[in-house]
Design a protein. Structure first.
Length: 261
């Protein structure tokens, strides 16, 4: 992590156990990203470094233009740094071919966006099943079971046959989360997943995401403006002008478990 980042850690008992840290799910080292806009060069990320432990809920916060979505795209293998390197589960992304990156995103990532991006002509279950149909290689029987499991995880078993327009915004986002989980990813990427929801519903989605991380043991990296994320995330990174300016780490066991969303 950059030397100018202020870090604070809460420990439940104030003691350092000395146990080794789990392997990082994501590691970014001295990452920069520059864009040419007309005659001007924009530096979206400036020498940024961080590590995301496996099984952690990590939030990236900052104003619009701070670089959090650009960083999320790097972590999600959707874009490449101008300089620096990003590792995912020990693999440097710059050394992977386009086909390998596509396979990585398909098999190891789940994505949840601000807009729910559900197909209105498909039922809840059919929307969740769609990634499995696109990827192929999964039998119809296993697809049905995975869809049932994913919908049960987000509490929407009874809504399997409903269309998106018959559901509330919070329910639609839960469908989107189930769709992201149906491929059983190791890393979940969230880009403003509560951005189109009211405060109460947004908090329910945060609570659900916390529960998913706890139950499934996956890693969640989320870009958000929502300050309530600090109640649920293990790590919160604050970005400004493409740099990390603050980092808060929550001690294990202090994040609320919450109820169903």
């Amino acid at each position: 992590m950059s030397s100018d980042v202020r870090s604070s850690t809460r420990h439940a008992d104030g003691l350092d156990t000395g146990s080794p840290a789990p392997p990082a799910a994501v590691k970014a080292e001295n990452v920069t990203r520059s864009f040419r806009v007309g005659s001007q060069e924009v530096h979206a990320l400036q020498g940024l470094s961080l590590e995301v432990p496996s099984g952690a809920f990590v939030a990236l916060m900052g104003r619009s233009g701070s670089g959090k979505t650009t960083l999320l795209n790097m972590i999600g293998a959707l874009d490449q740094p101008t300089t620096g390197e990003v590792w995912v589960n020990g693999r440097p992304l710059s050394r992977l071919s386009d086909n390998q990156l596509t396979r990585l995103r398909r098999e190891e990532y789940g994505f949840v966006f601000q807009s729910f991006a559900l197909l209105p002509i498909l039922s809840c279950a059919e929307n969740v099943e769609l990634p499995l149909r696109i990827a192929g290689g999964v039998s119809a029987k296993e697809r049905r079971q995975r869809v049932e499991d994913a919908l049960a995880l987000v509490g929407l078993e009874q809504w399997a046959d409903h269309r998106p327009y018959e559901m509330s915004g919070g329910q639609q986002q839960r469908v989107a989360i189930a769709r992201a989980l149906v491929s059983r990813p190791r890393i979940l990427i969230g880009d403003e997943p509560t951005g189109e929801l009211d405060t109460k519903t947004g908090q329910k989605i945060m609570r659900l995401l916390r529960e998913v991380v706890n139950r499934e043991g996956l890693t969640l990296v989320m870009a958000t403006h929502d300050p309530t994320v600090e109640e649920y995330a293990d790590d919160v990174y604050h970005l400004q002008d493409g740099q990390l300016i603050d980092h808060f780490t929550r001690s294990p066991g202090t994040a609320p478990l919450g109820g169903s969303a």
